[in-house]
Ligand binder design. Sequence first.
Ligand code: 89V
Length: 343
Amino acid sequence: MKPLRFAIFGAGFWARVQLAAWREVGGTECVAVYNRSRDRAEAFARDLGVPAVHDDPETLLREVRPDFVDNITEIGGHKPLSLLCARHRVPCIVQKPMAATLQDARRMVEAFAKTGTPFLVHENWRWQAPMRALVETLRAGTIGTPFRARFTMVSGFDVWANQPALRGLERFILMDLGTHLLDTARACFGEARSLYCQLHRTLPDVKGDNVATLLLSMGKARTSVAVELGYARTPLEREAFPQTLAFVEGPLGSIQVADDYRLHVTTREGTVVRRHAPPRHDWADPRYEVAQASLVPCLRDLLGALRGEGPAETTGADNLKTLELVFAAYDSARKDRVERFHP
Ligand code: 89V
């Protein structure tokens, strides 16, 4: 099968890792990179062996005519560069969070829908090995229909060291991490019916919210789902970054996602513990192991859709439902009220 030729927009921390993950997946060839600072694009191309460098994205699209673009810029680049792809009818994958406002995200989804051009979101959390094992165990019905769940991602890790732009965002933890966990919760329990959220800003050098606590009612069963998020440099006895821990209760049993990638499934027959460690890749930063390894199955799913083999899980249209929850959470926290949905 002929490899799909693609261009990367952006040349930062995640762009470098993502290109390595694309190469792991196979079936594509990165033919050009765009970055508004040409020096960074040149360094990226040199280090990673990309043949063409551009500092004007429109010229890149005209001259290179890629089969698709992977837009791995920071959030400010998501809307303008994705809309540029839509105008040129070039399929586009955009990094999460899709856009800085819900209105922008809706415009982006509509712009691609108008011409039937594929528009996908790079949302990798639901592809992490332990999260996938949780989704599959729930779908298999092992614990029955869950009535309650808790997701915890509380870490003292210095996330700003590799991604300094996160420090200056007015909206931080719900956009950066809330998108991931709310999307995973949707994969587990279905669409939200109501949501309540409280936020804290605890660090003087970080502008946005860095601690969030949410309670949702999800799916037909109205499962109560609590989500705890924290990037507060909290000294913790055991640091699990970037693992998400979880506990789910149903009428037939419970599932615990513990650290070290262990899934404990308890039914009347007892507890079965299995480790769902991510595969090790030499290009991955070991401090981000489970997160970076999940880029591979995520990209495989997106590539299948770009080849027309079937729908991707995280299309732009689907991801709007995740972003709706993120913005509803900000509204809830601001007004201290429950937001209701009618899926
Ligand atoms: O995956 C991400 O969105 C990253 C991190 C794991 C640091 O939150 O920004």
